[in-house]
Design a protein around this ligand. Structure first.
Ligand SMILES: C[S@@+](CC[C@H](N)C(=O)[O-])C[C@H]1O[C@@H](n2cnc3c(N)ncnc32)[C@H](O)[C@@H]1O
Length: 236
């Protein structure tokens, strides 16, 4: 693993096995906030918010959700991650300064894979996300943040998204704009949007509800795509 300083000055890693970075070069914090946290908390405002963070990686999604927790909302965050060694190493990771406020949470997760107080509960499951999501109940928000479909196909298939759909998420956020991903979500009956911010590349927001975000205009795009397809597990 090699450290990479992204455009907003925050640090991510390049994973040698997948040959990809954990975040976009546009900024680890910027990407997390604008593609995941702000759209999701703009839609879900409840006393208890359940988040599925796919997958934990360096923990930016989870930690920035905690730092931006809607006032008076309790967060329950569930996050699978194959790489238990990486999670343990996060005690010493060079996070941005604002993460110092929750250093005790970072340390607890690195040591035990678990943290709980009156307002925040985090469970990191070391293992396969596909098995883990089958054991969960209802979820409000899904941060869909696996590596790209090219190298991490198993977390972008129609079968995987069917299991996600069973959790009845109000919103799914992802950096991916790939047609097979959008086609899978579209086939499952999701409305497709993009985030409204201009400072960072677009992603995809999926919801069964009508949301106040720019439309991804996917139906229009479908008329121009010759043979739309989605990824399937049987091809893995
Ligand atoms: C792009 S990174 C996640 C970045 C993370 N959200 C963050 O903020 O740092 C993708 C992560 O998914 C993990 N992963 C890939 N496939 C997985 C699977 N089937 N089950 C569990 N974890 C998986 C990888 O080990 C990697 O840490």
């Amino acid at each position: 693993m090699r450290e990479v300083i992204t455009d907003d000055g925050t640090i991510t890693l390049k994973n040698d096995k997948y040959n990809e970075c954990y975040h976009s070069i546009e900024g680890a914090v910027t990407e997390t906030l604008y593609k995941h946290i702000y759209p999701a908390f703009g839609v879900v405002d409840k006393k208890e918010i359940k988040i599925l963070d796919i997958c934990f990686g360096l923990g930016y999604n989870t930690f920035l959700a905690i730092l931006n927790r809607p006032i008076n909302s309790k967060l329950k965050i569930y996050s699978p991650e194959f790489d238990g060694k990486l999670v343990k190493s996060l005690k010493d990771f060079k996070y941005p300064k604002e993460f110092e406020k929750i250093k005790y949470i970072i340390d607890a997760i690195a040591e035990k894979g678990f943290y709980k107080d009156e307002w925040v509960e985090v469970e990191v499951f070391v293992g396969d996300a596909r098995e883990y999501i089958k054991k969960l109940d209802k979820i409000d928000i899904v941060f869909q943040d696996a590596f790209s479909p090219k190298v991490n196909r198993e977390l972008w298939t129609i079968e995987y998204f069917r299991d996600i759909e069973k959790l009845s998420p109000k919103i799914i956020t992802t950096y991916s704009v790939a047609t097979p991903i959008r086609f899978a979500l579209y086939n499952l009956g999701y409305n497709l949007y993009t985030h409204p911010y201009d400072n960072i590349r677009k992603g995809t927001i999926a919801s069964k509800k009508i949301l106040d975000f720019p439309s991804a205009n996917f139906e229009e795009k479908l008329t121009r795509v010759e043979n739309p397809f989605y990824y399937e597990d049987k091809n893995l």
